[in-house]
Write a protein of this length. Structure first.
Length: 73
């Protein structure tokens, strides 16, 4: 698949082909993670429901670290 880099305001952007959107079940407002590895651009879909859960876990882990350690014994 091929797409073209376009000027969007002061940035550059790409449009995702319909096939990719359908295959990944993307919708308006979904988040993607952008990563470059050895000059290869990778886009990864972010599961926002999981991200919300993970953030809640991180906060809980910080707030109740000692309690969790005791429970793990």
């Amino acid at each position: 698949m091929e797409t073209k880099i376009r000027k969007i305001g002061n940035s550059l952007g790409i449009t995702l082909p319909k096939q990719v959107i359908e295959e990944l079940h993307l919708k308006d407002g979904d988040k993607l993670e952008i990563e470059t590895i050895d000059k290869v651009l990778q886009l990864k879909q972010i599961d926002s429901e999981f991200e919300d859960w993970a953030e809640a876990y991180r906060e809980l882990n910080v707030s109740y670290k000692d309690v969790l350690k005791e429970l793990a014994k």
